[in-house]
Design a binder for this molecule. Sequence first.
Ligand SMILES: [Zn+2]
Length: 266
Amino acid sequence: MKKHYTFSTGETIEADLDDLRRLLAENQQYLDNYEEVYSSLEDDDYIARGNGFCDRKYSDDFIEGQIEKYSQRVKEINGWIENNKRMDAHQAIVLLKEGNARFVSGQLAPKDHYAEDRLKLSEGQHPFAVVLCCSDSRVSPEILFDQQLGDLFVIRNAGNVVYEDVLGSIEYAVEHLESPLVVVLGHSSCGAVTAACQGGELPGHLVDIAKRIKPSIISDCCINDNARRHAERMAQLVRENPIVEHLEVTVVAAFYDLTSGVVEWM
Ligand SMILES: [Zn+2]
């Protein structure tokens, strides 16, 4: 995906990751030339030009200026490449585990830079993980994983069930936003799982939700074990999605304990 970048000189470009790598190689080459070739020449050396003409060696000031200019460009392009490198699923899980540990201990990351983040994020988003979880008000992924604006692509519904629209959102995130990881997060004391376990008549569209949870239920299991099984089964449904499969996106199930705040990885 091509994005706009602005050099500190004010020059703007539109580039994707491959373009940036090509541009880096080109600018690195200029930098090497000024650092090694031109600065090593004596004052009365001549530099051959492709058209057969010769130029006198550039002045020291000019060479210094060029070295400064291309060093700066190489630095800026490197920074953009670094920001755009797709994080792998393993790194994404580590970030979520570290965030959950901060949440559990109460040592949260600073949250005083939203204004700055909003400005940066208005140019685009690169969430490093997709989280499908229950709408339960006690299970907010950004809070329990202690992440910032723009970090998580979150899909929520009662009972964290998978159906076409949910798969569409996941496909968008993994394909267009290049998120390398999908987490299906179940939780303890889930009302939707409890309703599906209890069976009986359910009002309105709750029937549709229960219908998607019921195949996960083993009648002699406790609610929480059923919720774990359900998260695993939903993760399997996501894994079987052709786009998720084709892009080799990692899909994991996890379980959040409302009391301890701990996320258990399955
Ligand atoms: Zn729930």
